[in-house]
Design a protein around this ligand. Sequence first.
Ligand code: MG
Length: 244
Amino acid sequence: MPAVLERLERWWNQLPASRIKLKLGSPEGLEHDRSLVVAVAAAIEARQQRLGGAAAELQVDANGGWSLETARAMVSWLADAGVVLVEQPLPPLLDPEADAAQFAALELDCPIALVADESCWNLADVVRLAPYVDGVNIKLLKSGGLSEALVMARAAQRLGLEVMLGCYSDSALLNGAAAQLLPLVTWPDLDSHLNLVDDPFEGPQLVQGDGLRAGDGAGLGVSLRPASPLAEALAPGPGPWSCC
Ligand SMILES: [Mg+2]
Protein backbone atom coordinates (compact mmCIF):
# COMPACT_ATOMS: atom_id res chain seq x y z
CA MET A 1 0.00 0.00 0.00
CA PRO A 2 2.63 2.65 0.93
CA ALA A 3 4.54 1.68 -2.22
CA VAL A 4 1.47 2.40 -4.38
CA LEU A 5 0.92 5.82 -2.81
CA GLU A 6 4.61 6.64 -3.08
CA ARG A 7 4.57 5.71 -6.77
CA LEU A 8 1.48 7.86 -7.29
CA GLU A 9 3.19 10.88 -5.76
CA ARG A 10 6.28 10.24 -7.89
CA TRP A 11 4.13 10.26 -11.02
CA TRP A 12 2.33 13.41 -9.98
CA ASN A 13 5.73 15.08 -9.55
CA GLN A 14 6.45 14.27 -13.21
CA LEU A 15 3.03 15.17 -14.59
CA PRO A 16 -0.29 16.37 -13.16
CA ALA A 17 -2.07 13.27 -14.52
CA SER A 18 -5.81 13.62 -15.00
CA ARG A 19 -6.35 9.85 -15.02
CA ILE A 20 -5.04 7.20 -12.62
CA LYS A 21 -5.17 3.46 -13.40
CA LEU A 22 -4.93 1.14 -10.43
CA LYS A 23 -4.08 -2.56 -10.74
CA LEU A 24 -6.41 -4.83 -8.73
CA GLY A 25 -7.21 -8.56 -8.75
CA SER A 26 -4.68 -9.10 -5.96
CA PRO A 27 -4.03 -12.70 -4.80
CA GLU A 28 -4.42 -11.23 -1.31
CA GLY A 29 -8.15 -10.96 -1.97
CA LEU A 30 -10.96 -8.46 -2.28
CA GLU A 31 -10.31 -6.65 0.97
CA HIS A 32 -6.83 -5.80 -0.29
CA ASP A 33 -8.33 -4.54 -3.57
CA ARG A 34 -10.89 -2.46 -1.72
CA SER A 35 -8.36 -0.91 0.66
CA LEU A 36 -6.15 0.06 -2.30
CA VAL A 37 -9.06 1.80 -4.01
CA VAL A 38 -10.01 3.64 -0.83
CA ALA A 39 -6.42 4.78 -0.24
CA VAL A 40 -5.86 5.99 -3.82
CA ALA A 41 -9.28 7.67 -4.01
CA ALA A 42 -8.41 9.49 -0.77
CA ALA A 43 -5.05 10.57 -2.20
CA ILE A 44 -6.78 11.91 -5.32
CA GLU A 45 -9.32 13.78 -3.20
CA ALA A 46 -6.61 15.23 -0.95
CA ARG A 47 -4.62 16.43 -3.96
CA GLN A 48 -7.71 18.01 -5.48
CA GLN A 49 -8.49 19.79 -2.18
CA ARG A 50 -4.90 21.00 -1.98
CA LEU A 51 -4.51 22.23 -5.54
CA GLY A 52 -8.10 22.85 -6.70
CA GLY A 53 -9.37 22.06 -10.18
CA ALA A 54 -10.93 18.79 -11.29
CA ALA A 55 -10.09 15.58 -9.45
CA ALA A 56 -8.16 12.96 -11.41
CA GLU A 57 -10.28 10.17 -12.87
CA LEU A 58 -9.78 6.76 -11.21
CA GLN A 59 -9.79 3.59 -13.32
CA VAL A 60 -9.02 0.03 -12.23
CA ASP A 61 -7.64 -3.04 -13.99
CA ALA A 62 -8.48 -6.38 -12.36
CA ASN A 63 -6.24 -8.31 -14.80
CA GLY A 64 -8.81 -11.15 -14.90
CA GLY A 65 -8.55 -11.67 -11.15
CA TRP A 66 -12.23 -11.94 -10.27
CA SER A 67 -14.99 -14.50 -10.69
CA LEU A 68 -18.30 -13.40 -12.20
CA GLU A 69 -19.91 -13.29 -8.76
CA THR A 70 -17.06 -11.24 -7.33
CA ALA A 71 -17.01 -8.91 -10.33
CA ARG A 72 -20.75 -8.25 -9.99
CA ALA A 73 -20.29 -7.22 -6.37
CA MET A 74 -17.15 -5.22 -7.08
CA VAL A 75 -18.40 -3.10 -9.98
CA SER A 76 -21.23 -1.63 -7.86
CA TRP A 77 -18.83 -1.00 -5.00
CA LEU A 78 -16.31 0.60 -7.39
CA ALA A 79 -18.97 2.90 -8.83
CA ASP A 80 -19.88 4.05 -5.30
CA ALA A 81 -16.17 4.61 -4.61
CA GLY A 82 -15.94 6.96 -7.60
CA VAL A 83 -14.18 4.60 -10.01
CA VAL A 84 -15.28 5.22 -13.62
CA LEU A 85 -13.83 2.24 -15.52
CA VAL A 86 -12.97 -1.44 -14.94
CA GLU A 87 -10.64 -3.34 -17.24
CA GLN A 88 -10.70 -7.13 -17.73
CA PRO A 89 -12.52 -8.07 -14.50
CA LEU A 90 -12.86 -11.73 -15.55
CA PRO A 91 -10.15 -14.16 -16.68
CA PRO A 92 -9.96 -14.56 -20.48
CA LEU A 93 -11.28 -17.89 -21.76
CA LEU A 94 -9.86 -19.85 -24.69
CA ASP A 95 -13.36 -20.56 -25.99
CA PRO A 96 -14.32 -17.28 -27.73
CA GLU A 97 -18.06 -17.75 -27.21
CA ALA A 98 -17.69 -18.58 -23.53
CA ASP A 99 -15.40 -15.57 -23.13
CA ALA A 100 -17.95 -13.24 -24.74
CA ALA A 101 -20.72 -14.80 -22.63
CA GLN A 102 -18.85 -13.81 -19.46
CA PHE A 103 -18.78 -10.17 -20.52
CA ALA A 104 -22.45 -10.39 -21.54
CA ALA A 105 -23.34 -11.76 -18.09
CA LEU A 106 -21.58 -8.87 -16.34
CA GLU A 107 -22.45 -6.01 -18.69
CA LEU A 108 -26.03 -5.44 -17.52
CA ASP A 109 -24.94 -5.13 -13.88
CA CYS A 110 -21.95 -2.91 -14.62
CA PRO A 111 -22.58 0.79 -13.91
CA ILE A 112 -19.07 1.83 -15.02
CA ALA A 113 -17.22 1.50 -18.33
CA LEU A 114 -16.29 -2.13 -19.03
CA VAL A 115 -13.09 -2.68 -21.06
CA ALA A 116 -11.61 -5.91 -22.49
CA ASP A 117 -7.83 -6.38 -22.47
CA GLU A 118 -6.55 -9.98 -22.28
CA SER A 119 -9.74 -11.15 -24.03
CA CYS A 120 -9.09 -8.87 -27.03
CA TRP A 121 -6.09 -9.58 -29.28
CA ASN A 122 -7.25 -8.90 -32.83
CA LEU A 123 -10.00 -7.57 -35.07
CA ALA A 124 -12.14 -10.71 -34.64
CA ASP A 125 -12.08 -10.17 -30.87
CA VAL A 126 -13.17 -6.52 -31.23
CA VAL A 127 -16.17 -7.60 -33.32
CA ARG A 128 -16.98 -10.52 -30.99
CA LEU A 129 -16.91 -8.43 -27.80
CA ALA A 130 -18.36 -5.17 -29.12
CA PRO A 131 -21.96 -5.85 -27.98
CA TYR A 132 -20.84 -6.44 -24.38
CA VAL A 133 -18.08 -3.93 -23.61
CA ASP A 134 -17.60 -0.17 -23.70
CA GLY A 135 -14.03 -0.29 -24.87
CA VAL A 136 -11.02 -2.42 -25.79
CA ASN A 137 -7.38 -2.18 -24.79
CA ILE A 138 -5.17 -2.49 -27.89
CA LYS A 139 -1.48 -3.42 -27.49
CA LEU A 140 1.00 -3.99 -30.30
CA LEU A 141 2.36 -7.12 -28.64
CA LYS A 142 -1.15 -8.60 -28.75
CA SER A 143 -2.14 -7.43 -32.23
CA GLY A 144 1.23 -8.36 -33.74
CA GLY A 145 1.90 -4.90 -35.12
CA LEU A 146 0.56 -1.54 -36.22
CA SER A 147 -1.50 -2.75 -39.19
CA GLU A 148 -3.83 -4.96 -37.15
CA ALA A 149 -3.89 -2.43 -34.31
CA LEU A 150 -4.97 0.34 -36.68
CA VAL A 151 -7.77 -1.82 -38.13
CA MET A 152 -8.86 -2.75 -34.58
CA ALA A 153 -8.96 0.90 -33.46
CA ARG A 154 -10.95 2.01 -36.50
CA ALA A 155 -13.37 -0.92 -36.20
CA ALA A 156 -13.83 -0.24 -32.49
CA GLN A 157 -14.76 3.36 -33.23
CA ARG A 158 -17.23 2.30 -35.94
CA LEU A 159 -18.79 -0.12 -33.44
CA GLY A 160 -19.25 2.63 -30.85
CA LEU A 161 -16.41 1.54 -28.56
CA GLU A 162 -13.75 3.64 -26.89
CA VAL A 163 -10.12 2.68 -27.42
CA MET A 164 -7.45 2.24 -24.77
CA LEU A 165 -3.87 1.92 -26.00
CA GLY A 166 -1.71 -0.14 -23.65
CA CYS A 167 1.73 -1.72 -23.29
CA TYR A 168 3.67 -4.26 -21.28
CA SER A 169 7.21 -3.39 -20.15
CA ASP A 170 7.96 -2.01 -23.59
CA SER A 171 10.69 0.43 -24.49
CA ALA A 172 10.23 3.77 -26.25
CA LEU A 173 10.74 1.96 -29.57
CA LEU A 174 7.51 -0.05 -29.39
CA ASN A 175 5.61 2.68 -27.55
CA GLY A 176 6.76 5.12 -30.25
CA ALA A 177 5.14 2.89 -32.84
CA ALA A 178 1.97 2.55 -30.75
CA ALA A 179 1.87 6.33 -30.22
CA GLN A 180 1.10 6.74 -33.92
CA LEU A 181 -2.43 5.62 -33.00
CA LEU A 182 -2.95 8.24 -30.26
CA PRO A 183 -5.39 10.35 -32.33
CA LEU A 184 -7.78 7.36 -32.29
CA VAL A 185 -7.48 6.72 -28.56
CA THR A 186 -9.64 7.81 -25.61
CA TRP A 187 -7.51 6.28 -22.87
CA PRO A 188 -3.74 6.27 -23.65
CA ASP A 189 -1.78 3.96 -21.32
CA LEU A 190 1.70 3.95 -22.86
CA ASP A 191 3.88 4.71 -19.90
CA SER A 192 6.17 1.66 -19.59
CA HIS A 193 9.19 3.32 -21.23
CA LEU A 194 9.02 6.10 -18.65
CA ASN A 195 9.70 3.50 -15.95
CA LEU A 196 12.81 2.02 -17.61
CA VAL A 197 16.20 3.05 -16.24
CA ASP A 198 18.19 1.88 -19.27
CA ASP A 199 15.90 2.35 -22.27
CA PRO A 200 18.26 2.60 -25.28
CA PHE A 201 15.60 4.58 -27.18
CA GLU A 202 13.87 7.93 -26.78
CA GLY A 203 10.43 8.50 -28.20
CA PRO A 204 7.04 9.51 -26.80
CA GLN A 205 7.34 12.25 -24.21
CA LEU A 206 5.12 13.59 -21.47
CA VAL A 207 4.08 17.13 -22.33
CA GLN A 208 2.72 19.34 -19.56
CA GLY A 209 -0.95 20.03 -20.22
CA ASP A 210 -1.08 17.65 -23.16
CA GLY A 211 -0.22 14.20 -21.76
CA LEU A 212 1.81 11.76 -23.83
CA ARG A 213 2.81 12.75 -27.37
CA ALA A 214 4.62 10.85 -30.12
CA GLY A 215 8.23 11.93 -30.69
CA ASP A 216 8.86 14.78 -33.12
CA GLY A 217 11.45 13.05 -35.28
CA ALA A 218 10.96 11.38 -38.64
CA GLY A 219 9.21 8.03 -38.97
CA LEU A 220 8.05 6.77 -35.59
CA GLY A 221 9.68 9.69 -33.82
CA VAL A 222 12.05 7.29 -32.06
CA SER A 223 15.83 7.56 -31.88
CA LEU A 224 18.70 5.71 -30.20
CA ARG A 225 20.11 7.45 -27.15
CA PRO A 226 23.69 8.31 -28.23
CA ALA A 227 25.27 7.11 -24.96
CA SER A 228 23.40 3.80 -24.73
CA PRO A 229 25.33 0.51 -24.93
CA LEU A 230 23.18 -0.45 -27.92
CA ALA A 231 24.15 2.72 -29.79
CA GLU A 232 27.83 2.07 -29.05
CA ALA A 233 27.52 -1.54 -30.24
CA LEU A 234 25.93 -0.40 -33.49
CA ALA A 235 28.40 2.43 -34.11
CA PRO A 236 30.58 1.89 -37.20
CA GLY A 237 34.13 0.92 -36.38
CA PRO A 238 36.87 -1.62 -37.07
CA GLY A 239 35.95 -5.27 -36.71
CA PRO A 240 35.82 -8.52 -38.57
CA TRP A 241 32.62 -7.36 -40.34
CA SER A 242 34.04 -4.05 -41.56
CA CYS A 243 34.23 -3.47 -45.26
CA CYS A 244 35.23 -0.58 -47.46
MG1 MG B 1 -4.96 -4.48 -18.64
